[in-house]
Design a protein around this ligand. Structure first.
Ligand code: ATP
Ligand code: LTN
Length: 334
């Protein structure tokens, strides 16, 4: 707890161009939750270097992501929006937690297996211990809730195990966090292969709607989305392409699948796809405008980066000092 409020932590990597999946599955929920909780939203640039990055591109993308958090509606006065690399406590706690995590646990992580097969020439130790750094992110702020997509559940379970293991030895040091999976947009699928999740690392650009796509591109991608030959608007697992388009429409319009099926009963797929395109444009166009405006105000963003890093550091140090003492590090002479 910070004051009266429970604590929320989440983060996103600044790798690749963000997709509608990232927005509907993560960012949009963050904004909804930001009143209720004391929130820490990090741009997790330390996680990004587990895969080789071009330094200039990483720096640019990290700033763009931080700006996007604000443009999406997270008030930087109320929410702590900061770069992970600006708070050294993340790395320091990660080291300690590494000593409370088993190789066998990390070996089971499906994201590691996935990324190791994709980057076979660079299976570095950071990629392997990635979930420990993620646990450190969360536990450092004593977070109660962590909004993530379903794909991150395994990492969150590990975080809970590490926290409980540590607490069992040293007493109640860490809050054991809960995952928060949003109701709508939990998993947006590729427009071209609806069995795969929409992903920023997809090779087929038509499968993903990027947050910075212009309106005509968005409309075209929706129009070309893969559907089926049944020709009836239903919300059914047998029609995965349509199912996904209904999910997208629902998330953009805050509607339920039932409402949408009724609204479009008797319509052709073409007409529905057009409506989906317009619903997505209605969400992304204003977002893009806000990003462009914020990007013009360099000193405003710089101020936020500085102030929020200080705020994050303050809370991080509180936990870190406690943990260091518990494990037996000698006290600093001040
Ligand atoms: P990549 O595919 O390149 O590994 P990603 O698009 O999955 O990346 P992440 O940085 O891993 O992006 O995810 C950021 C957040 O967005 C996470 O909380 C994740 O669960 C969520 N997310 C990503 N893709 C989707 C999607 N298609 N549908 C819903 N949520 C998503
Ligand atoms: N692994 C996450 C990003 C991430 C995160 C976190 C999410 C890093 N640290 C802490 C929630 C809480 C991802 O790839 N989406």
């Amino acid at each position: 707890m910070i004051g009266e409020k429970k604590v929320l932590f989440s983060g996103m990597q600044a790798t690749g161009n963000l997709t509608l999946g990232n927005y509907l599955g993560a960012l949009k929920n963050w904004v909804t939750l930001s009143d209720e909780y004391e929130c820490f939203y990090s741009v997790v640039d330390m996680h990004s270097i587990t895969v080789r990055q071009d330094p200039a591109t990483l720096r640019k993308r990290a700033r763009a992501l931080l700006t996007l958090y604000i443009a999406a509606g997270l008030d930087p006065q109320k929410n702590c929006i900061y770069y992970q690399s600006h708070v050294s406590g993340h790395a320091e706690l990660a080291w300690i937690l590494n000593c409370f995590t088993y190789m066998g646990e990390l070996n089971r992580m499906t994201q590691f297996k996935d990324k190791a097969s994709k980057h076979a020439d660079n299976i570095n130790a950071g990629l392997f211990t990635y979930p420990v750094l993620m646990a450190a992110d969360i536990l450092l702020y004593q977070a109660d809730v962590v909004p993530v997509g379903i794909d991150q559940m395994q990492h969150l379970e590990l975080t809970r195990d590490i926290a409980q293991r540590f607490n069992a030895v040293y007493g109640d040091v860490f809050t054991v966090p809960q995952a928060y999976i949003g109701k709508s947009g939990a998993k947006i699928m590729s427009l071209q292969e609806p069995s795969k999740k929409m992903s920023k690392s997809d090779e087929n650009p038509n499968g993903s709607i990027y947050l910075m796509d212009d309106p005509d591109t968005i409309r075209r991608k929706c129009k070309r989305a893969v559907t089926d030959s049944l020709g009836e608007i239903r919300y059914s697992e047998e029609q995965p392409g349509l199912h996904n388009l209904i999910d997208i429409y629902c998330a953009c319009q805050n509607k339920t699948p039932d409402e949408v099926v009724k609204e479009f009963a008797g319509c052709g797929y073409g007409q529905f796809k057009e409506a989906v395109g317009e619903a997505v444009v209605a969400i992304l166009e204003p977002l893009q405008k806000r990003v462009a405006e914020l990007e013009k105000d360099k000193s405003y963003i710089d101020g936020i980066i500085k102030e929020n890093a200080e705020k994050a550091n303050y809370f991080a140090q509180k936990t870190l000092r406690k943990v260091q003492k518990k494990v037996g590090f000698p006290e600093k002479i001040r």
